[in-house]
Design a protein around this ligand. Structure first.
Ligand SMILES: Cc1cc2nc3c(=O)[nH]c(=O)nc-3n(C[C@H](O)[C@H](O)[C@H](O)COP(=O)(O)OP(=O)(O)OC[C@H]3O[C@@H](n4cnc5c(N)ncnc54)[C@H](O)[C@@H]3O)c2cc1C
Length: 514
């Protein structure tokens, strides 16, 4: 096959970052072609099926889209609020520590009540903490408004102009939290969501964690009926209705920048897309590898190459012949926290000691019964996981046909068994009710969404990386980046990164057509 497409902008990758950039570009009046290697759109935001069961690949809880939420406008632009039913999670989650269990209601007041019930002596500190988080959010909004108005505040003036934001983004979560909460147990409770960001409190950006808590606890946590994949297909529908093209099963093999006035993208199926600019939803280092033509700026290439990927995951997807919610296991999201020492737990993740790390048990049937036939359930057991486990998951480093490599099959099965055994303690008879089991590893992530080291959240979200966030621009004036590596980990940040990439690309298009 040899087809040629033309558009104002070609988007490499149909993850949420790529799809969002395409929709935002259309809104600014530009034509788009999106090129995706997988047979489904959405990147991590997709599902797969077995018999009458539907398995969610990644999403546990979406944030920022509720009324007044920080990303509500993005969801409006994507045109999915009327096409997809979003369900608010209330309660948000249940967490069990060695000595207590808390069910976190969907609103902040209820969460604080629960903290006060378990740790009455920490309640005033917890209220102060959330008051400070509110001030950080306020500063961040002011910062965003000022930037949009063209007021670019020099870095050395940030602490004076946005004191709460500057202090939070300059600290680790452990230092920030320690100002308000005394006991290790209460600090661990307030850090339950560290797994959503992939670093332990000592390394995690306090600004990022504060904004995550603010968004989920004040704006709500959400899950779409039909799963995140439904959301992705609906964004594709909205793009295509406006004349955009989304090409699936087309891995991009090259981004040719030889012509200073245009970009030529070629795919595994021999398709060529010519455009004035490209937005890449692939990781920056994968984008770098794809670029052909004039030499790439050395400093940028070094910088991109030095970015450490965030952790990856192992997920045991289960189809059960029982409706465990009807039997009383009615948690959409249940955190099994093994200890209060989250730093030690992070070490256990790096070493692949899956007995000693927090595990999330998600019962998708609770919020979206359509994922299983009546009388059945879909469960996911999720842990953070390292790429480099047992010599890269039993393959010895050779990923050719790794899915049929017996070494890989054995290692992932043994690792998955550890999670099933742990979940049996909560759901007796679990093993006997399994109809189908699929285990996703870091290699699965790398294969399907092409993320380096199977990263969940782009680059590690440390204090330094959040202070020096990479923007959508690159040294090549017609090449832009979207996705978690630039916008931050998570589906809503990826969607927001698409907005900023589209805005930068639209500015470039405006300058060349002027
Ligand atoms: C197990 C798990 C649980 C998670 N839970 C949550 C959660 O509860 N809430 C939340 O908000 N986030 C969650 N996340 C994180 C979130 O899914 C991601 O951070 C986000 O979806 C990343 O979006 P993205 O656009 O950056 O990239 P991706 O989703 O990685 O998409 C990139 C796309 O680009 C394509 N691509 C790359 N290279 C090429 C190429 N050469 N040619 C063509 N196409 C290419 C890929 O195939 C892929 O489709 C979770 C992730 C995982 C894995």
């Amino acid at each position: 096959m040899s087809d040629v497409y033309e558009a104002d902008v070609v988007v490499v990758g149909a993850g949420l970052g790529g799809l969002s950039s395409a929709r935002h570009l259309q809104e600014a009046g530009h034509s788009v072609v999106v090129v995706e290697g997988h047979s489904k759109p959405g990147g991590y935001a997709h599902f797969f099926r077995w018999e009458g069961f539907r398995f969610e690949v990644a999403l546990h809880a979406l944030d920022g889209l509720g009324p007044g939420g920080w990303a509500r406008r993005n969801f409006e632009t994507l045109d999915i609020l009327d096409r997809v039913e979003f369900n608010r999670l209330d309660p948000f989650y249940t967490v069990r520590f060695p000595d207590f269990e808390v069910t976190v209601p969907g609103d902040l007041a209820g969460y604080l009540d629960e903290i006060g019930r378990v740790f009455p002596e920490e309640l005033s500190g917890a209220k102060e903490l959330f008051a400070e988080i509110e001030r950080v959010a306020h500063d961040l909004s002011a910062y965003g408004r000022d930037r949009a108005a063209g007021d670019r505040v020099p870095i050395h003036e940030m602490p004076a102009r946005y004191p709460h934001m500057a202090a939070a983004f300059g600290s680790s979560w452990s230092d920030f939290l320690g100002r308000f909460i005394k006991s290790e147990e209460a600090r661990a409770l307030l850090s339950t969501l560290w797994g959503y960001l992939g670093l332990p409190p000592s390394r995690l950006s306090a600004g990022l964690m504060a904004m995550t808590l603010h968004s989920y606890h004040t704006g709500g946590a959400w899950y779409p009926t039909g799963g995140s994949g439904t959301m992705s297909w609906k964004i594709v529908e909205a793009i295509e209705e406006r004349g955009g093209v989304v090409l699936l099963r087309n891995e991009v093999r090259g981004i040719d920048l030889s012509d200073p006035l245009g970009v030529k993208v070629t795919t595994s199926r021999g398709i060529e897309v010519r455009a004035k600019a490209v937005i890449s939803n692939a990781s920056p280092r994968s984008t770098l590898d794809l670029i052909e033509g004039p030499p790439v700026d050395d400093a940028w290439a070094r910088d991109v190459g030095s970015e450490a990927p965030a952790l990856s995951s192992m997920v045991v997807h289960l189809a059960l012949d029982r409706d465990v919610a009807a039997e009383g296991w009615d948690h959409h999201e249940f955190f099994d926290m093994v200890s209060y020492d989250l730093e030690a737990e992070y070490e256990a993740v790096l070493e692949g000691r899956f007995e000693d790390v927090s595990m999330i048990v998600s019962n998708y049937t609770v919020v979206d019964p359509s994922c299983a036939p009546p009388g059945g359930s879909v469960l996911a057991l999720t842990v953070l996981a390292p790429w480099d486990y047992r010599d890269v998951w039993g393959t010895g480093g050779d990923r050719t046909n790794y899915r049929v490599n017996q070494g890989y099959i054995d290692v992932k099965q043994q690792a998955g068994e550890i999670l099933i055994e742990r979940a049996e303690a909560f759901i007796p008879g679990l093993r006997d009710s399994i109809l189908e089991m699929r285990i996703g590893t870091p290699l699965t992530n790398a294969r399907y969404v092409r993320q380096p080291s199977g990263s969940l959240y782009g680059r590690e979200q440390t204090v330094m990386s959040q202070m020096n966030r990479r923007g959508p621009r690159t040294p090549m004036e017609n090449v832009f980046l979207a996705g978690a590596w630039v916008g931050g980990g998570g589906m809503t940040p990826a969607i927001d990164s698409g907005r900023t990439a589209a805005r930068a690309a639209a500015r470039y298009l405006g300058s060349v057509s002027a």
